[in-house]
Design a protein around this ligand. Structure first.
Ligand code: FE
Length: 157
């Protein structure tokens, strides 16, 4: 009897170990097929959020948006950035000095041949942009360089 309990415990342990061996993208709570994403998102949203593409600089309507409100994930609606943390970086992409903690996930990307910190929506895994260390020195020093097409804006009130 004791032996079978031990064997069961080992099997459960091995199984749990196996389940934690997921790829990064599979860990996000929202899981959809490529065709589901394609049908739900615009072509540009799909390119940026699901294919880690980059929108053209200065193309986002949010670059000069100075209204109070919340920036949420364009794919799943998760609140990602607050207007009070937005600043004019001059980069051509909406920029924030901090994210809403816990709602943004980070990974490393080597697409340009060197390490950059990539940002994802922590709920659906959608690609948002990258974080750099040349943000406002008076606050966090971080520049979250975000594709506007990956965001929706919800004004206060
Ligand atoms: Fe999302």
């Amino acid at each position: 009897m004791k032996k079978s309990i031990l064997l069961c415990s080992i099997l459960v342990f091995v199984n749990c170990q196996g389940q934690t061996k997921k790829t990064e993208k599979e860990q996000f709570p929202v899981q959809k097929t490529e065709s589901e994403w394609k049908s739900e998102l615009s072509e540009m949203e799909y390119y940026v959020l699901r294919k880690a593409g980059t929108e053209r600089a200065f193309s986002s309507e949010f670059n000069n948006n100075h209204k109070d409100g919340m920036y949420v994930c364009a794919a799943c609606g998760t609140p990602l950035f607050k207007s009070e943390n937005k600043f004019d970086s001059g980069s051509g992409w909406p920029s924030f000095d901090r994210e809403i903690k816990g709602n943004v996930a980070f990974s490393v990307d080597y697409n340009l041949g060197y390490a950059r910190t990539e940002e994802h929506c922590a709920n659906c895994g959608g690609h948002l942009g990258h974080v750099f260390n040349d943000g406002p020195s008076k606050t966090t020093g971080k520049r979250h360089c975000i594709n506007g097409v990956a965001l929706d804006f919800i004004p206060n009130n």
